[in-house]
Write a protein of this length. Structure first.
Length: 81
């Protein structure tokens, strides 16, 4: 979706869209972390090097990082029509 089309939706719709993406990202990151990290790195979790569960604040920061990387990827692509 082009930026011009997104801006035509209006600020409330864009704000709700961004909030929904972050909330979904936070839940997915917490779920992914809880189910994969302890299974992939049991020794690191047992020794305390890696947390078995992450806090909501950490999940929010990771969701922001993922969103930033996705934005950089989308901005750097050229639009071929």
């Amino acid at each position: 979706m082009k930026l011009k089309n997104i801006l035509m939706l209006g600020l409330p719709a864009i704000a709700l869209w961004v909030v929904a993406i972050f909330v979904l990202g936070i839940f997915l990151i917490k779920w992914f972390w809880m189910w994969t990290i302890p299974d992939l790195f049991p020794g690191a979790v047992a020794s305390g090097l890696v947390a078995a569960r992450i806090s909501w604040w950490t999940a929010l920061k990771l969701a922001g990082l993922v969103a930033l990387l996705a934005a950089i990827t989308n901005i750097s692509k050229t639009d071929k029509v």
